[in-house]
Design a protein around this ligand. Structure first.
Ligand code: SF4
Length: 304
């Protein structure tokens, strides 16, 4: 089957199944190309919840499909590659978190959405990379447990006096970007702002002209008068940046910024998932309800 015929079979099946196709910003180009919605993980789940689709096909990693199931329990959520996990999300377990909570009684747990549903269910409140500081500031307590991303936690901690107990998790893909590589690129392209994700190592974030979520990065590059940008996040974001800004240049800070898990899902996998209506990701109610409470608490914080 040619790529074109796979795409047209996907389109036909999406209609037949009343399904919406979501693709994370880090997915392969050809998968983003046929998606109904592209974006970052929580925004995708929230948008999908607002549609009247019966089926969500989530091209992303496992915790993202879980978030879609938490927010849309009545919809069938398909994750075309069940083996697409997130090493950072896997760095925190429920048992480990329960143990830490017992050592720090009364200290609230702020959990990044890049975590399993079961870990969210053990948390007081969730956060995204875009709202993490607001979430931390919304809490009356002066101490917090921040999981699982120590890099995002360190970044947020710079803007508040609160005491952070950081979980020792990190994103192996963002961690591969080294400060010396960024310094070299900045010297070579002095007119290009360096824009990076706060999942990068703090030594890299310290060099950024702007550190933000993938959506923030997209908005920043669109609005900026600069003609050239050095991008410090997963390579997949370049597809949409280049498509929507053909007159600007985007330089990936390192060829190592490729997440193997995000690249697993192919068009063939999407087609097979729609044909077989498998694999389904469904969060059981006893986990979904407390996990949703942590997400709802975050969503209740007013936006600017
Ligand atoms: S880019 Fe990092 S945080 Fe995202 S799925 Fe890959 S390992 Fe997980």
């Amino acid at each position: 089957m040619t790529q074109q015929s796979i795409k047209s079979s996907i389109k036909t099946l999406l209609k037949e199944r009343n399904a919406v196709l979501l693709a994370h910003n880090y997915m392969r180009d050809e998968v983003q190309e046929i998606a109904d919605i592209t974006g970052d993980s929580l925004a995708l789940s929230m948008e999908a919840a607002r549609t009247d689709a019966d089926v969500i096909v989530f091209c992303g990693v496992h915790f993202m499909a879980e978030s879609a199931s938490i927010l849309s329990p009545q919809k069938t959520v398909l994750l075309p590659r069940l083996d697409a996990g997130c090493p950072m999300a896997d760095m925190v377990t429920v048992e480990g978190l329960v143990e830490l909570k017992a050592k720090l009684p009364g200290v609230p747990v702020v959990t990044y959405v890049n975590s399993s549903a079961a870990v969210k269910a053990e948390s007081d409140i969730c956060c995204t990379s875009a709202n993490a500081l607001k979430v931390v500031q919304s809490l009356p307590e002066q101490e917090i447990i921040f999981a699982p991303d120590k890099n995002l936690g360190s970044y947020v901690a710079r803007f508040t006096d609160k005491r952070f107990h950081l979980w020792e998790g990190y994103c192996p893909t963002h961690e591969r970007l080294k400060p010396e590589v960024v310094r070299e690129l900045k010297a070579k392209h002095p007119d290009a702002p360096f824009v990076c994700h706060p999942e990068c190592n703090p030594a890299v974030v310290a060099l950024a002209d702007h550190a933000c979520s993938t959506t923030g990065m997209y908005d920043y590059c669109q609005k900026s008068d600069a003609r050239k940008f050095i991008i410090g996040t997963e390579a997949g974001i370049l597809w949409r940046l280049r498509r929507d800004n053909p007159d600007k240049e985007f330089i990936l800070a390192s060829p190592a910024l490729v997440c193997p898990n995000m690249k697993l899902t192919s068009l063939e996998d999407v087609l097979e998932a729609l044909e077989t209506m498998k694999p389904v990701v469904k969060v059981p109610e006893e986990i979904r309800i407390p996990a949703k409470r942590a997400l709802d608490r975050m969503l209740a914080i007013p936006r600017d």
